[in-house]
Design a protein around this ligand. Structure first.
Ligand SMILES: Nc1nc2c(ncn2[C@@H]2O[C@H](COP(=O)(O)OP(=O)(O)OP(=O)(O)O)[C@@H](O)[C@H]2O)c(=O)[nH]1
Ligand SMILES: [Mg+2]
Length: 300
């Protein structure tokens, strides 16, 4: 049966995202909303201790306390081989068609209401400026300069739509938290993108990019919690997992573990998360598979 877009997204949201109460407050806001309703056990979670060995470090193993079980499969049916490497994501029966055969840049929109009006499913890249949103798009589609990247924060300034295989969109967005960006690159990020997230009915999932080479940042935690409170489905994509040489800081897997612990209490169903690197290609195929199962379920 064909469902109307609004009905489809509601169906999807109810199944996938956190059960935090929606919030009318603006983005970003503090972590102070934590509430008791979010601590009840979920029927779709499963302890990682039930799964045998996984091929990530001890810290990452510890972080993987809750698996993401997609539609079409029960926790009891999960086996080790179904878990995508470097993630908490179980691959279910909706996965498939994860190859990128072609990509077209469709256009840039200044305002959320100017975005393409067709009903194709889309995934939006969200994250701090310089976290690697544009680089991840290039990595996913295996093209160097489809999305423009820069060492300087604030490179992406508009909502950019990329059509993949003529059937679904990747959306590159401006980053938030311009720590080192020039004044000219700053804008009212909140009002600019908030409307997009709250009103975009074809949004299958936000890919919330978090830099794994630095410890958890408050603004990223606020962002994860804002999405949760507003029932916007998200996948946490840890970027720059190749950056292990920084002797001063902690390793990516340790930072990932800390981030997981900080958001864990707020979610009844732990969001899917995955480790990636646009430099080495780590997590690329896995993320595409995950996106395929979300998309195919949404399309269903
Ligand atoms: N080592 C490493 N560097 C990366 C990775 N991803 C991105 N970078 C670098 O990080 C910088 C920023 O990348 P962008 O893709 O432009 O970041 P962005 O999030 O799109 O930034 P804005 O458009 O400013 O919001 C560039 O110098 C990239 O080469 C990664 O996985 N590993
Ligand atoms: Mg960018």
């Amino acid at each position: 049966m064909m469902l109307m877009p609004a009905a489809r997204i509601r169906l999807f949201t109810n199944r996938f995202s956190s059960l935090l109460p929606p919030s009318p407050s603006s983005f970003p806001f503090s972590l102070s909303f934590r509430n008791s309703t979010s601590h009840s056990p979920s029927p779709t979670t499963v302890s990682a201790t039930k799964t045998p060995k996984i091929s990530v470090s001890d810290a990452a193993k510890f972080a993987r306390t809750i698996l993401f079980i997609p539609p079409g499969i029960t926790p009891e049916e999960v086996t080790e081989t179904m878990i995508l490497t470097g993630s908490n994501i179980v691959l279910g029966p909706y996965a498939g068609d994860a190859k990128v055969k072609e990509v077209q840049f469709i256009g840039s929109s200044v305002r959320p209401k100017d975005c393409p009006k067709d009903d194709r499913p889309e995934f939006a890249m969200l994250g701090r400026s310089n976290v690697g949103k544009s680089s991840l798009i290039n990595s996913l589609v295996r093209k160097k300069e489809v999305a423009l990247t820069s060492k300087k924060p604030g490179k992406t300034q508009l909502i950019n739509h990329f059509l993949v295989n003529r059937s679904w969109y990747l959306v590159d967005l401006p980053g938030y938290g311009f720590a080192n960006a020039p004044e000219s690159a700053r804008m009212d990020w909140s009002s600019f993108t908030k409307g997009y997230f709250l009103n975009r009915e074809s949004l299958v999932s936000v890919l919330l990019l978090v830099d794994a080479s630095v410890p958890p940042q408050k603004i990223d935690l606020d962002c994860a919690n804002w999405l949760g409170r507003n029932n916007i489905p998200m996948t946490i994509v840890f970027t720059k997992c190749d950056k292990t040489k920084n002797s001063k800081g902690k390793r990516p897997d340790e930072n990932i573990k800390s981030f997981q612990e900080l958001i864990q209490e707020n979610y009844k169903i732990h969001p899917p998360w995955i480790m990636t690197s646009s430099v080495t290609g780590l997590g690329r195929d896995e993320l595409l598979l995950h996106m395929s199962q979300l998309r195919n379920y949404w399309d269903n």
